[in-house]
Each structure stands twice: as C-alpha cells, then as structure tokens.
Design a protein around this ligand. Structure first.
Ligand SMILES: Nc1ncnc2c1ncn2[C@@H]1O[C@H](COP(=O)(O)OP(=O)(O)O)[C@@H](O)[C@H]1O
Ligand SMILES: [Mg+2]
Length: 334
C-alpha cells in the first residue's frame, strides 16, 4: 500500500490542446479518491498518467515516495480496472485471474492461494472454470476486480468501471466496491462522470473542469460548500438552482452575484420570499420535482407528494441554505 502524490501534473497531447494542467494532490495511504467531472474534463488522462499508460508533460507522479514518471506501468505496483473489463476471452476466469501472477513467475501455490482468496471475497468461486462470455456484465466486472486484487498492488486505479452496467446493478456494485476497498484498505483512485457514484464512494472527491481542479474535499464538504458555480451545478441531484441576484432580491446578495439554492432546501410557505410560477411537475414517487420560474428565471423545488400546488407558489428557503457566487469568476463569495 502507498501514498500517491501529484505535483503540478499536466498533459498536452501531441497535436492537441492542454488536457490536464496544474494538478496538485496528496493521496493518503489507504484513501479512496474519486476524480469526477463531465466527459472530456481530463479524468482518464490524469488516471492514465498515474498508471504510466500516458506520458507526463509537466510535473511529477510519486507512488510510495518514489518518482515514477519514467517507470514502466508494470513496475509501478498498481492495478487498473477498466469500464470494458479487458478480460481475455479465450481464458477461463481462473486463468484470467492467474495470468498476471504467472507472468511475474509467482510460485504456483501462491497463485492458487491468491486466486482462491479473491474468488471468495468476490463470490466468483462457482464461475472459475467458465469463459468470460458465459458471465453476466456484473460477474465480468467482479472478475476484472479479482484480477486487480490478486496482484496485491500498492494502489487500485478504476476508470468508470460501472458505466456498462444497468442502474440497479451499478448500485449493488457500488456498495461492493466500497466494502471491498474498506476491507483491503488499498489506496484507490476512481474516475467517474456520475456525481452519485462520486458522493457515495469517495473519502475525498476531486472535481475537475477543463483539465483543472475546481475543488477537493469530502463529499459532504463539497455538497455543503461548493467552491464555484461549476461545482454547485455538478454535485447534487437535481442540480442546484443558480439565479442572478436581481431575480431573488431577498437573498441579501451583492448586485451582480449569482444566488445558489438547492431544490431540496426550498419548501412551501405562504409567507416565503420566493414567488414561483408553476410550469411542470415530475412525480418521483417519494417526492415530486416542481419546476417553474421566479423573476423570469427557471427554478426547481423538491416538494412532498402531498404538497398542495397551484399556478403560483410561495416558497421559503431553509436556514443558511443560500450560496453566493461571483457572477464573473463563478467563485464562491459567502
Ligand atoms: N490520445 C489523445 N490524443 C489527443 N487528445 C486526447 C487524447 N485522449 C484524450 N484527449 C483529449 O483530452 C481531453 C481529456 O480527455 P479524457 O482524459 O479522456 O477526458 P475524460 O476521461 O474526463 O472524459 C479531451 O479534450 C480529449 O479529447
Ligand atoms: Mg474517460
């Protein structure tokens, strides 16, 4: 196991523009870090630089205190899990699990011990003699994780490992990955574009935007105090309402500021300061999403299913739930 440090890490692709810039991050031994952001923000590039699958343009990657910029991927003591599983189709599950260890000339008895242990942890024992094509997507993803576990690496690197699974299985596998990482205590860097996955898995998350770090923090810190309008709009579902201060005069915001209010922080209140013109209602079963306008700006509230609705609603904002951002820089100002 190992700490990982990124110092001013940057990447410019050969004939491309800058994909990653000025990334500084200290990952503690055993920590679960999630890199999260929209498609194209540089998550995979960053992960692949840690793995050694992509050359580094600027800065340094250190794993366990050792600078690995010029170290081959196979010698970095990391194991990577990909979205497409990358299993060998002609090999059985057992052979897939053992392959990397055989290549390293691990003694036979040790290979057998590690394969049996991984199979037990991931509950894939019954499939050890099947080929990958005879497995479901979730089972294949477990085998891919098993292949990482048997290596007993200093760190796991995950690149959107659950993106090919349906929503229900994604939820189950999310819990399994979290439990597995807690049990093994292996330093992990996990890439996803899914804010829910990021919130639920991370010890700390790193929000990326255009190859730059927008914010680093625990999921709750980032949710409670997003550092910018970008983070505010990306973390949390449904997304935070971001409204020019002029449309919400009660918010005590400087002219030109942007006011952020989470949909779940609004509630019906006849004396509330927010006047909403109703446009559409989406029933979610346990709650309803109520969409409308205030001061000409779109706004959404999460309300109880039994809340009485009309063409016009008055809403109150929960105590301390107003976020203020600079309209030009997008940075938090309260
Ligand atoms: N091999 C490559 N050559 C040139 N540009 C690339 C290459 N791989 C990725 N990029 C560009 O780098 C940026 C970041 O890509 P990527 O790291 O794959 O983002 P993400 O994983 O967050 O979707 C994108 O603009 C992408 O088009
Ligand atoms: Mg990617």
């Amino acid at each position: 196991m190992a700490a990982i440090t990124l110092d001013n890490l940057g990447k410019v692709y050969a004939q491309g523009s800058r994909a990653v810039g000025d990334v500084n991050l200290d990952i503690a031994d055993g920590e679960f870090i999630v890199l999260v952001g929209p498609s194209g923000c540089g998550k995979s590039t960053l992960l692949r630089m840690i793995a050694g699958l992509e050359s580094i343009t600027d800065g340094q990657v250190r794993i366990g205190g050792r600078v690995v910029n010029d170290v081959e991927p196979a010698d970095r003591d990391i194991a990577m899990v990909f979205q497409n599983y990358a299993l060998y189709p002609h090999m059985s599950v057992r052979q897939n699990l053992a392959y990397g260890l055989k290549n390293r000339r691990t003694p036979r008895a040790e290979i057998d011990r590690r394969v049996a242990e991984a199979a037990e942890i991931l509950q894939i024992g019954p499939f050890l003699d099947r080929k990958p094509r005879a497995l479901s997507g979730g089972q294949r993803q477990r085998v891919a994780m098993g292949r990482a576990i048997v290596r007993e690496p200093a760190a796991f690197l995950f690149d959107e490992p659950l993106s090919n699974l349906d929503a229900k299985l994604r939820g189950t596998m999310r819990l399994e990955i979290k439990a597995l990482q807690t049990r093994l205590g292996t330093t992990s860097v996990y890439v996803t574009h899914d804010q829910l996955e990021a919130m639920t898995l991370a010890d700390r998350l790193v929000v990326l935007n255009g190859g730059r770090v927008e914010q680093i923090g625990t999921p709750l810190d980032v949710y409670r105090r997003p550092a910018s309008t970008f983070v505010a709009g990306f973390i949390g579902s449904p997304a935070m309402n971001l409204v020019p201060a002029a449309a919400l005069p009660f918010a005590d915001a400087p002219a030109g500021a942007v006011v952020g209010i989470r949909p779940e922080d609004l509630r019906l209140d006849a004396r509330g300061p927010v006047a909403m013109t109703l446009r559409a209602v989406e029933e979610l079963g346990a709650t309803r999403l109520v969409h409308g306008h205030t001061g000409g700006q779109p706004i959404t509230a999460v309300l109880p299913v039994d809340a009485p609705l009309g063409d016009r609603l008055q809403l109150a904002v929960a105590e301390g739930a107003v976020h203020l951002f600079d309209a030009t820089s997008g940075k938090r100002i309260n």
